[in-house]
Design a protein around this ligand. Structure first.
Ligand code: 3HC
Ligand code: NAI
Length: 719
């Protein structure tokens, strides 16, 4: 045993309770050394006749966040052997002949919950969370979780927890019987007292239990009764976790518990766990897990950079974005001044906020009390009078340089020195906006995605003069707001929208070349995108791009092909969902209905423009659209607009509906092989001309046989 695990006795008169404390900061992951040290401690207390009960607890901020995820990469890359994992340790705990009470605070996730379930009792702090989140990493519980959980909470809840991966609260765990007692106040002393109370009772091994039955659908050993539970879970997984193999494997593993003995069930679980672990899906999802944390690390901004205080904010503009951004801040507990240009616009903005909150209450996502408290935090105003008091302003007025500069000039006059001045612009030059102030170091882009209160992505746009303190504060703030903040450089469209341009351009070209609108959307939906590109355009409003294109037309190179169909649709008043028609027709519930007339119209226009019509395979559709993302992504990397390939991937997973199990466009390209991607892009270059010129970085990596992921963090420098 070493520093990772400590064994002590309680300090009370009896000194007959052993306390095993796990200390593997920051989250007590069950690294191999930890499991070994727990096993040694368990062996010692088992032999010690003076010990009447055992409390197993986590030191620091949490109980156990699960197995050590870093170990999985070592196993799949052949650097470590896959052994029996945690299973023997859990059997050893369950077989102890005195009560083992597991005391949970923070998170008991994955292997952490599996270990807890091997104890004879579980007590928890009221704010603890318990869950089997493995499917989010593309794997399934691999230490008996799919077998012990149904024995404690019943089949239906176990399927839900293992297949969906969402944690439950300590209160729910208590109701379900997963936790035996909640402890207010000091967890350790409460657990010790509880363990003494349990010392005289007969011991129950979880693997031998099956009494948590609310109905026959919850019971082990009657597969014909539980079959509908699994059928429903599979159907749900096919729609809600489309394309993912782990949820289906988790369902199979829990189903095995209903038919087989504990030991046989564990063998099924192990087999399925192994299949998932070695899949491309889990490699992509595990990389995304670490990637989400890596994007917070900015090489030239030290961890100890002083943070600016942000306790109150103001939002300028209460339109689509401003209203959503005000909700984001209010939801995180910040008081918000919400400024509009005039009373009717302010009333409209507030009404939309109220409507959005009410619909969350109706759906049971928020309580009325929570909503009332948040609304109290939003103070509508028509002037800048109180702006001197706030720590940060987010501007979300119409997209237009002149107006933005006017607003920033005002902010410069009224805001206190040290306040952060942020713009939500989606296309404009953040440095030019900053030039309207006398403090460009305080200016930064905070590019929220629509709907701002729902989408997790926040692109943080760094101007040349944005100070390190301002950047570090915004990165930190994104976490408080429940967002994934990714730092990007200043260029048109930043990272996400700049790449989305070529993606949607290719989708339109394909339609102009003869693919039907529906076939383009279907190919990309089947690839795993949350929505096809044409339907996405209709949702966002085709007129948005149309207006931008009109503004930037002077920058287009003569002779270079441009898509035209979308602009023509806009000229016909077909702006998408908001006008009831775009690429598709929409019914009153905004359901898309294919419109053969549009397909025919585009074909006519294309023939008139001399574009040959042909059959196009779904493989070509996917390659054209996805490789357009990859090629632009490579340029972005080369220019230092994104720090690392993973930053681009995290943007695409959280803001653009890219399938998480494919890891993001850059990771996907690595998985396909950059030489193959480069060859395909070169073919497109020959066929379609200069828009497809391969990015030099892609060419170089392909020739060197390397990957985007290999470009390491030390090389990451921002433009
Ligand atoms: N293994 C290895 N490292 C882990 C880890 C784990 N299980 N969980 C977290 N970490 C690391 C993070 O990478 C991060 O490292 P960094 O500081 O170097 O970037 C550090 O611990 C702190 O993590 P967070 O920044 O995420 O801290 P938070 O306080 O925001 O969140 C948490 C804590 C809710 C526990 C969150 O870290 C989390 O969800 N962790 C993963 C939980 C999980 O998926 N568990 C299942 C693992 S698989 C398993 O158990 C298989 C089993 O069935 C056999
Ligand atoms: P919007 O048109 O819905 O709202 C803009 C609001 O600003 C209007 O309510 C208007 O009355 C108000 N306004 C104008 N001048 C003002 C002033 N001087 N003071 C206070 N309020 C003023 O626009 P939307 O869509 O919310 O866009 C806002 C910004 O967010 C733009 O820069 C846009 O590019 C960006 N953005 C938009 C996204 C979207 O999907 N709509 C996504 C991400 C960024």
């Amino acid at each position: 045993m070493d520093d990772l695990v400590q064994l002590a006795r309680d300090k009370d008169k009896g000194k007959d309770v052993a306390i095993i404390t796990i200390n593997n900061p920051p989250v007590n992951a069950l690294s191999p050394g930890v499991a070994k040290a727990i096993a040694q401690a368990i062996e010692q207390v088992s032999k010690d006749v003076a010990i009447k009960a055992v409390v197993l607890i986590g030191g620091g901020r949490t109980f156990i966040a699960g197995a050590d995820i870093k170990e999985f990469g070592k196993i799949t890359s052949g650097k470590a052997q896959r052994g029996a994992g945690l299973l023997p340790l859990l059997l050893q705990i369950e077989d102890v002949r005195k009560p083992v009470v597991v005391a949970i605070h923070g998170s008991a996730f994955g292997g952490g919950l599996e270990l807890a379930m091997a104890g004879h009792y579980r007590v928890a702090a009221p704010n603890a969370q318990l869950g089997q989140p493995e499917v989010k990493l593309g794997i399934i519980p691999g230490a008996g979780g799919t077998q012990r959980l149904p024995r404690l909470v019943g089949v239906a809840k176990a399927v839900e927890m293992c297949a969906e991966g969402n944690p439950i609260s300590a209160q729910e765990a208590l109701k379900l019987g997963l936790v035996d007692h909640l402890i207010e106040g000091d967890l350790l002393s409460g657990a010790i007292a509880f363990s003494r109370d349990m010392a005289a009772r007969p011991l129950r091994k979880t693997r031998e239990r099956n009494e948590r039955v609310r109905s026959d659908k919850d019971k082990l050993g009657v597969p014909e009764q539980t079959a509908p539970v699994f059928a429903a879970a599979r159907e749900k997984a096919h729609t809600k976790q489309r394309g993912m193999m782990a949820p289906l494997a988790a369902i199979d593993a829990v189903e095995a518990a209903t038919r087989l003995s504990f030991e046989e069930g564990c063998r099924v679980e192990q087999k399925l766990f192994g299949e998932c672990l070695f899949s491309d899906q889990s490699k992509a999802l595990i990389r995304a897990f670490f990637g989400e944390r890596e994007v917070a690390k900015i090489p030239d901004i030290p961890k100890d950079t002083a943070l600016l205080p942000v306790n109150s904010v103001a939002v300028v503009g209460a339109g689509t974005m401003g209203g959503g951004i005000a909700m984001v801040f209010a939801n995180a507990g910040f008081p918000v001044l919400l400024k509009e240009a005039d009373q009717p616009a302010l009333d409209r903005g507030l009404a939309t906020i109220q409507k959005n909150y009410q619909s969350s209450v109706k759906r049971g996502r928020l309580t009325q009390q929570f909503v009332d408290e948040r609304l109290q935090l939003i103070q509508p105003v028509l002037s800048y009078d109180d702006f001197g008091k706030v720590d940060m302003v987010v501007e979300a007025v119409f997209e237009g340089m002149e107006l933005k500069k006017e607003v920033f000039g005002q902010l410069d006059r009224v805001c206190r020195p040290g306040a952060i001045l942020a713009s939500n612009t989606s296309t404009l030059d953040i440095e030019e906006i900053a030039s309207a102030t006398s403090r460009s170091d305080a200016v930064i882009g905070t590019h929220f995605f629509s709907p701002a209160n729902v989408m997790r992505l926040l692109e943080i746009v760094r101007g040349k003069s944005s100070s390190k303190e301002v950047i570090a504060t915004c990165m930190q703030l994104s976490k408080k707001l429940g967002k994934v903040g990714v730092l990007v450089g200043n260029c048109r469209g930043f990272v996400g929208n700049r790449m989305f341009g070529p993606y949607r351009r290719e989708a339109q070209f394909l339609v102009e070349e003869g693919a039907s609108i529906e076939s383009v959307d279907k190919a990309l939906f089947d690839f795993g995108m949350a929505m096809g590109p044409m339907a996405t355009g209709d949702l966002a409003g085709l007129d948005v791009g149309w207006r931008i294109r009109k503004e930037y037309r002077h920058l287009e190179k003569p002779g270079v092909r441009q898509p035209f169909a979308e602009d023509r649709l806009c000229e016909l008043g077909r702006y998408g969902q908001k006008t009831g028609a775009g690429w598709y027709k929409y019914d009153e519930n905004r359901r898309a209905i294919p419109d053969p007339e549009v397909n025919e119209m585009v074909r006519r226009w294309a023939r008139a423009a001399g574009i040959t019509q042909r059959e196009i395979s779904s493989e070509e559709i996917v390659d054209r659209c996805i490789y357009a993302l990859v090629n632009e992504g490579a340029r972005i990397l080369e220019e230092g607009i994104a720090l690392r390939a993973v930053d681009i991937d995290i943007i695409y997973l959280n803001g653009y509906g890219f399938p998480a199990y494919r890891g993001g466009p850059m990771w996907y390209a690595d998985t396909v092989g950059l030489d193959k991607v480069y060859r395909r892009i070169s073919e497109f270059h020959k066929q379609h001309g200069e828009l497809w010129e391969p990015a030099p970085l892609l060419k170089r990596l392909a020739e060197e046989g390397r990957t985007f992921a290999e470009l390491n963090r030390e090389q990451a420098v921002m433009a």
